[in-house]
Design a protein around this ligand. Sequence first.
Ligand code: HEM
Length: 387
Amino acid sequence: MLAPPTELFSADFLSDPYPTFAWLRRERPVYRCAAFESYIVTRYDDCASVLTDPDQFGPVPDVTPERPTADHVQYRHILARAFNAEYVARLEPIIQGIVDRLIDEFVDRGEADVMSDFAERLPTLVLAEMLGIPSSAQPMFHAWADSYTRSLAGELSPAQRDDFLRTIRELVGYFAYAIEERRRHPGDDLVTRLMHARAADAQLSGAQILSLCEQFMVAGRDLTTGLIGNGVRALLIHAIQLQRLIAEAWLLEAAIEETLRWDSPVLGQPRTVRTACDMRGERLLAGDIVVVMFAAANRDPLVFSSPDVFDLYRPNAGLHLAFGRGIHFCVGAPLARLEARIALHTLFARLPHLRLSSDRPGERRVAFAMLNLRTYGSLPVEFDTRG
Ligand code: HEM
């Protein structure tokens, strides 16, 4: 019987899932993974079809218990009013200021870890600004956010889990308090905007705003960290393309789209089958779990020519599914793109001859539990100092 080249979700698979994705796309595009009681979908067209048919493929209730499903479109309209392009554009100088401050801290050292010194810190600081968290509460916020995402990623020992539960209670309590505070004293932050945004006379409930704050904390932090880390590494191992990017700034946006396609920070997301249906000869029953593998779709040769090649000049890189598609398309995509653009531009402009460390290899990190983070745990680099 035909079997994928590496066992799905094994350590070998997670370190480089792409040969297995290629096999699955070719041989078993809708693959029943018995160990995980789910179907793995890997072709671009099939992934796009599942994502854009929410009546047939719904969210997985256990993963997002607070998220409204009944009128998600209206919910998205309200959200889009608060988290719109004009709001994201206003964050640009704030993000630039944070990026410069972070680089100031290591620019004289001649070496740094792109992940811990930079990529992991930037999105948390941006988020704290957006949510109006005062600087006195920010160290606490960092500790909460870190424990929260490590737990979702399945990285906590049993002993650490009690601490985690306490963390969650504190965090939810903090956000509930912050929402109440903004109700009394409106500010210019995202929580206030979410509270006042309206569409067709409807508003977000307090529970929805609370759930959004939690989602922002996970998606807004770790995936943006992943994009920055994956982007820096992709460019550093493609030196000629990096030289072109430094010479032609317009290539920056292309670099971000190609990173999202070639080394997607999110491998996949699950959906639940709502009513029985057939897909590529497999019978899917109501309640079955289908995992849409964005990362596999992003290397489908029927859509992207020479898909395993990182190519800044690829004309259709923007068709990637790294931010999803359809009614759940990533709310934070413009913010993530803006943060990555400023981060990459400033790093390459301020750190002359930036290169991967010659004696310390980077270390891959995959948050397997959610299938939605594949980046680096560390990415040591060296650069020339100006002095
Ligand atoms: C590179 C960074 C990011 C990536 C790769 C990413 C990826 C994704 C993906 C794939 C989805 C769709 C999930 C699905 O279809 O089930 C999603 C949804 C979402 N993302 Fe992002 N995301 C990123 C950054 C952000 C940021 C910065 C925020 C907010 C601060 C954010 C907030 C959200 C929210 C709230 C949703 C849920 C939307 C809905 O259910 O309608 N994301 N993201």
